[in-house]
Each structure stands twice: as C-alpha cells, then as structure tokens.
Write a protein that binds this ligand. Structure first.
Ligand SMILES: Cc1cc2nc3c(=O)[nH]c(=O)nc-3n(C[C@H](O)[C@H](O)[C@H](O)COP(=O)(O)O)c2cc1C
Length: 369
C-alpha cells in the first residue's frame, strides 16, 4: 500500500526536482520577535542578513546528499557545506568537493584556511560554483586543523582573520561570513571576544555565527568540546547589542524550534547542528513555524517520495544508496517505528544490489506491529 502511494508520487516528484534552480543571493527572513505561539505569514524575500534558521556545517555529515535531503524538509533553511580546506580545493578533486544540486540553494560554502591569497582564490571559485555565501571556519578545535593554522586557533589572530576576510571580500560579491567560538583556552574574556568581532566587522565581515562555547585547543577532543565547557548564550546576545550593525547568529545546544524562536528575540539567526541531523524531521516544521503559517507540514512519506528520484539519479551516476540513506536515520527519531526504520536501512543499504527500494522496505517496516 505504502509502496503504491509512493510510486504514484514519483512522477510528480521528479518533475519538481530541478525546477527550483536559483542563483540569487536573497534570503527569506524569520519574523522579528517571533513568539513560540506565533506562526506568521511571511513569504517576502529580503536581503541577506535578516533573520535566518540554518543547519550547521558538519564534517562528514552535511555533504551534498545530506543537504539535498534537508532541503526537502524546508525551503527556507540556510544550509552549509562541511568545512572544505583551501588545499582540497586548490590541489584536490575540486569538483567532487564543490559540486552541488541546484535545489540546495540557499547554500553556503565553509572554507578552512588562513592564507588570505588562497582563501580569496577559493572564495572566488566558490562564487563561480554558485554558492550563496562564503563562510570562514574559526571554530574547529581539532589537532589536524590547528597544525594547518586554521579553525579555532585563528581566534588568537584577529588581525590575520581580518586580512583573510578583506582578501575574500575584495574578490567576491556574495556575503563573506565567519563562524567562531566565544573564546579559546585562556583567551576567554568578553573584551577579547569583542575585540575579535570588532576587527572582523571592520574588515567587512557580513555576518558572524557564534558557537556559544569556548574552544579548548588542548586536552579535549572536538567531540568533548561540543559539550564542555558550558554554553554562554548571554555573551552572544551581548554581541548583538554591542554590534547592532553586524548580523549575529547563535549556535550551540539548540534542540527544538521553540528554543530557536526564543533565541531569535535576541539575535538575527539560529544555527542548529546535531539535533538537525539526529532528529531531522523537526526541520519539516521550520517553514510553517517561522515563514508561512499556512504551509502544511510535509509527511515523512512525501519526503521519501521526493527523495527517490534523486536516489535513482545518483545511482545512474554510480553513487551507492548507502551514501544517501546514512543521512536519513534520524527521520523517524522519537516516533513509533523509528528503531525499525534505522535498523532496516542499516541492514540493507550496504548490500551490493541495494537501490531505492530499501527506502520503500524501510518505510513499510516502520509500520510493522
Ligand atoms: C560531526 C560534526 C562535524 C562538525 N564539523 C564542523 C565543520 O566542518 N565546521 C564547523 O564550523 N563546525 C563543525 N562542527 C560543529 C557544528 O557546526 C556546531 O558548531 C556544533 O555541533 C554545535 O552546534 P549544536 O550544539 O547545534 O550541534 C561539527 C559538529 C559535528 C557534530
């Protein structure tokens, strides 16, 4: 039954796919001061820098297949690539790193690097590929990143970060943004953070995303450093008061849309990371909740129906279904059948002859009693 309903939707879904190509750099706003009760009819698109809800850059997670899937959940979410180093773009398989589906717009490219010339070159390449924003990673604490002198350790070098931003701004016309922490190691006073922000604002940074937790560069793994030390939201709110002209996006520990709405009373945007990945269906309510109260929330079944033509198209290009289904495990998080969904996908997606029918099988399996 499920299979018949889904298959009948495939034709329409594949027509829709690809119809949403978009090259403009406009963002749809979330309503000022949206309350947890309010869902506002707000469909007008406005310039970059207004309220936004985004999914965080996550290495190995937010690849292009993940982003295609996330876009099916919400038209308005701003999506970020995983961090891509300048070395990978300049010397590696550029197309593999940068290619994306037009339906992913608006999508931002996150760069890892600290050489202004290389960053400027990569920003231009990113703009030519059609990305809507270039974001510089100043928040990753891993050892590998530190040895390359980029990521969170750059918070200790505000002048260099400013130079990098100025170099990128000189090359591209799309927004250039930064994602940082609130401090690193013993550089952890609000004044030091404000100094950093002042420098990057002066250099022309179009928006700052702040993971509201200090980075420990020694002694904690990046995973531990996403839980420890505690989050400090008041500092992020304070940044908005001290830098009213610079759009500030809060990141860290946001697990549902009510929390996001609460933060939006104080900042310009909210970025969600792990919760968006592990409990992805919560994003299906974003468009209705923040952007247009009359939009129906799409069912999981509809989302899967829209994904199937993509899985088929990718299969023709030689992409195994497991590279797509691995991002879907959280779609039934917290509802009946969720474990069965995960188990079916994990058990069947890696088989040599696996194809899109694993999605139909997993869906039917969620309904077993
Ligand atoms: C698996 C994983 C990979 C990540 N990779 C990146 C990355 O490439 N670039 C980056 O700026 N942050 C990265 N982060 C950090 C997230 O973007 C985000 O700042 C962090 O998870 C806190 O947000 P959350 O509490 O909503 O998850 C990563 C996080 C996770 C869980």
């Amino acid at each position: 039954m499920v299979e018949i309903r889904l298959l009948s939707k495939l034709a329409t879904a594949s027509q829709r796919q690809g119809a949403s190509e978009r090259k403009t750099r406009v963002y749809t706003p979330v309503h000022e001061g949206v309350s947890t009760e309010a869902t506002q009819l707000l469909t007008a698109e406005v310039e970059f820098g207004k309220k936004s809800i985004s999914v965080a850059p996550m290495l190995d997670w937010t690849d292009r297949h993940c982003r295609f899937f996330l876009r099916l959940l919400s038209k308005h979410l701003l999506l970020y690539t995983e961090m891509i180093t300048v070395g990978a773009i300049i010397h590696g398989d550029r197309h593999r790193h940068l290619a994306f589906n037009p339906s992913e717009h608006p999508v931002a490219l996150q760069l890892g690097g600290s050489d202004p010339i290389q960053l400027a070159e990569c920003a231009l390449i990113g703009e030519d590929y059609g990305y809507d924003e270039i974001n510089l990673n100043v928040g990753c604490p891993s050892d590998r990143v530190q040895s390359g002198r980029f990521g969170a350790c750059l918070m200790a070098e505000p002048d260099l970060v400013a130079e990098c931003i100025a170099a990128m701004k000189a090359k591209v016309s799309i927004p250039v943004t930064v994602k940082s922490r609130i401090g690193i190691d013993h550089q952890d006073s609000y004044d030091e953070l404000a100094y950093f922000v002042r420098q990057i604002e002066k250099a022309g940074c179009d928006q700052l995303i702040v993971h509201a937790r200090k980075a420990w560069l020694h002694g904690l793994s990046p995973k531990e450093n996403r839980e420890i030390p505690p989050l400090n939201y008041p500092w992020v709110y304070q940044l908005k008061r001290d830098f009213p002209g610079l759009p500030i996006v809060l990141n860290g520990g946001v697990t549902d849309l009510d929390q996001a709405a609460e933060h939006l009373k104080f900042v310009d945007g909210v970025m969600i990371g792990r919760a968006a990945y592990h409990n992805s269906y919560m994003l299906a309510a974003v468009d209705q909740y923040f952007f247009n109260g009359t939009l129906a929330i799409r069912s999981r079944e509809d989302i899967i129906a829209d994904l199937i033509p993509y899985v088929q198209e990718q299969a023709r290009l030689g992409v195994a279904v497991k590279h797509i289904t691995r991002h879907l495990l959280g779609l039934f998080q917290g509802v009946a059948g969720g474990k069965r969904w995960r188990r079916f996908l994990s058990d069947h997606s890696h088989l040599v002859d696996a194809d899109y029918t694993v999605l139909l099988g997993a869906l039917a399996y969620t309904q077993h009693t």
